[in-house]
Write a protein that binds this ligand. Structure first.
Ligand SMILES: Cc1ncc(COP(=O)(O)O)c(C=O)c1O
Length: 480
């Protein structure tokens, strides 16, 4: 911007917007091409955090000597490339370009969404999306829910509903009286632990059931753990099943947990932030057997369904349960605390103002149909199988467990190498890979052993990329 006078007019000038928008889309389209084709050498242009900070701070200090296009190009230059076939790190899928455009429309419209008037289309779209997911999960017409900013918040919201439904006294109105607890796999995502502590149940409120050698909850231990919790004076209200776990992508036996919950009057919650998406993939639906009997389910769109972060569905088998969580009077928003108005979303979420969260998923569903997700899920699930086969075939490598989805944990460990040395080596390998930036992978600690970890969520990752990763690791470990 050259002239400092009348900046408001400039900032809202429709022709500036048109020109900047066209330039931005050109920039992103070129980036998309070079990222997905692997022309870009780096999946991660690594810089130390302090250098990164100084760079952007200096940019601001220099002032307005740049153009929007140059600024956006700088951002691309310094950001991790989720669309790159050698991005194999955390569980974020590359955003489908059309879903990203929906995000742009959302940002521009800036509808607040808390009450119906502040997001009429967005509110209805969100419900259509939630209902579509509910149907795929195997729920009936009475299922309903909301969308939230991420799986962590959705899991907390689900557990608040569980407390409201199963706690002997009304904690929302009177404060927490009983010593409540949930049973959960030791491999569950840390946000479940955090949710329990936020609710004030303390460390003893989260009872971790051991996992087996494939990192699935040992469901045969549930009766013993429930009994022990009761003896310790804990009132267990729910069991949380993971579909799947974060570290190893392992699916708990949801059907067994459903039986257990029914037998003991417990709330059954499924954290399907990652793997819940497989409800859209008929060949893999069996991994979720029993999910249709859950009281509540969480599923992220941004992990396995190609939408930009963040968009999460929280679904209740009995939709009316959602209204019990936050019963509260906000005079300026609505008059009746008790009315179950599906169209005033803030009645059921922690958030007041939020994104038009369903729009990105709805756009993909409406334009491509669920077949896009089905094809994508088929592709990335096959990636997991193929990468595991390569690990098995390549000397010096081993799997942590047979992968159940597109998350694979593996490590380099030569014959006879002591565990401690293998831990140090794999930690150093991961650090070298990140700093080099040609691949992006992460690591995890499994029962004291360090494993490298990939989430193969890029449909353009080819077997050659997987082989190249293992070859690069071989080269790196020789230098360490
Ligand atoms: C199983 C599971 N639950 C919850 C979460 C948290 O979801 P979000 O990052 O959307 O808050 C994750 C994220 O990795 C996860 O893997």
């Amino acid at each position: 911007m050259q002239h400092k006078d009348d900046l408001i007019r400039q900032a809202f000038d429709a022709e500036h917007f048109r020109r900047n928008g066209h330039e931005l889309i050109d920039l992103l389209a070129n980036f998309l091409h070079s990222a997905t084709s692997g022309e870009l050498p780096h999946a991660l242009p690594w810089q130390e955090p302090q250098d990164q900070y100084r760079y952007w701070e200096e940019g601001l200090e220099k002032g307005g000597d740049t153009t929007p296009q140059a600024l956006f190009a700088e951002v691309l230059e310094s950001s991790i490339r989720i669309h790159h076939p050698r991005y194999m790190g955390h569980q974020v899928s590359p955003s489908a370009p059309l879903a990203a455009l929906a995000g742009l429309a959302d940002g521009f419209l800036n509808n607040g969404m808390g009450v119906y008037e502040m997001g009429a289309a967005g509110t209805a779209i969100e419900r259509v999306v939630v209902k579509a997911v509910a149907k795929k999960m195997g729920f009936g017409q009475e299922a309903d829910g909301v969308m939230t900013s991420g799986g962590s918040l959705a899991n907390l919201t689900a557990l608040l509903a569980a407390r409201s439904a199963r706690s002997p006294s009304p904690a929302w109105q009177e404060g927490q009286k009983e010593r409540l607890a949930v049973l959960v796999s030791e491999e569950a995502h840390y946000c479940v632990d955090r949710a329990v502590r936020i609710m004030g149940w303390g460390e003893g409120g989260i009872i971790k059931v051991p996992a087996d050698e494939t990192y699935r909850m040992r469901t045969e231990l549930l009766p013993e753990y429930l009994e022990r919790a009761r003896r310790d004076g804990r009132h267990v209200i729910a069991v949380v099943g993971s579909a799947c776990t974060t570290s190893t992508g392992s699916f708990d036996r949801l059907d067994v947990i459903a039986d257990f919950c029914r037998g003991h009057g417990l709330w059954f919650h499924v954290d399907g932030a990652h793997g819940g998406a497989l409800a859209f993939s008929p060949p893999h639906r069996h991994l979720l057997a029993g999910i249709e009997r859950a009281d509540s389910v969480v599923m992220d769109f941004h992990k396995m369904l190609l939408t930009p972060v963040v968009a999460t569905a929280l679904i209740f088998r009995d939709g009316s349960q959602a209204f019990r969580t936050f019963s509260q009077r906000a005079q300026y928003l609505w008059n009746q605390e008790s009315d179950e108005e599906w169209f005033n979303l803030a009645k059921r979420t922690f958030e007041c103002t939020k994104l038009m969260m369903g729009l990105k998923a709805y756009t993909l569903l409406r334009i491509y149909g669920p077949e896009l997700w089905e094809q994508y899920l088929g592709r990335v699930m096959e990636h997991g199988r193929r990468f595991a086969a390569l690990v098995r075939e390549t000397e010096g490598f081993e799997l942590a467990a047979e992968p159940q989805c597109n998350i694979v944990c593996f490590r380099y460990k030569a014959d006879g190498m002591p565990e401690e040395a293998a831990n140090v080596l794999n930690g150093a390998i991961r650090r070298a890979i990140v700093e080099e930036g040609r691949f992006y992978i992460v690591k995890t600690d499994l029962r004291g052993r360090v494993f490298l970890r990939v989430t193969l969520s890029n449909p353009f990752t080819a077997p050659g990329d997987m082989q190249a990763l293992l070859a690069r690791i071989q080269d790196i470990r020789k230098t360490l």
